[in-house]
Design a protein around this ligand. Sequence first.
Ligand code: GAR
Length: 206
Amino acid sequence: MLTRARIAVLVSGGGTNLEALLRSQEGGSLSHGEIVLVCSSQPGAYALTRAANHGVPRAVVARSGKSQEAFEAELQEQLTRCQADLIVLAGFMSILSADFVRRWPDRIVNVHPSLIPSFCGKGYYGLRVHEAALARGVKITGATVHLVNEIPDGGRILLQKAVEILPEDTAATLQRRVMEQAEWVLLPQAVETLCKQISEEGAFRS
Ligand code: GAR
């Protein structure tokens, strides 16, 4: 039997994308992966409660009050300790350096709440992405799941899904629709595909 890829989910907030992954795991559709750690950059993140409710190991590596190097060293220690094969950024609001990313080629995946290359990059995160889409007047937005690698392959896109913007939308209603129709569907799918590849590579090596 193939071993399942070991997944570390990095979070900072509410954790609805984490919840989608946990439900996929419990429902059997995330069959090639296992969530072995939920690690938050915010001590009070509700995502940690979700992890606890599902009996998944948790850790906090607070971002505030330390250098980027110290933060990433602590993060790396957690990832090494849980023997992670894949890092999922699920609403993780801290920037990772090129040095960190280089250590995990094709092993970091992120979900972003727009159709990249629209509304992405510096300053575009969380609700701000939807505020910007509404301010620009676009009629279609969506979500993107992409790998996080060094430039030039910086953000190879794995999956995208379009979502309609309605005239009465606020940033909050739009965020909810993008999550429901796109993020919570795409992220578990992409993670399962990556875990399948990783577990097959593992089987080939051994
Ligand atoms: C999600 O919409 C996610 O795509 C976004 O933050 C939200 C986190 O929600 N991530 C980014 O903007 C990253 N650039 P969640 O904590 O409920 O999953």
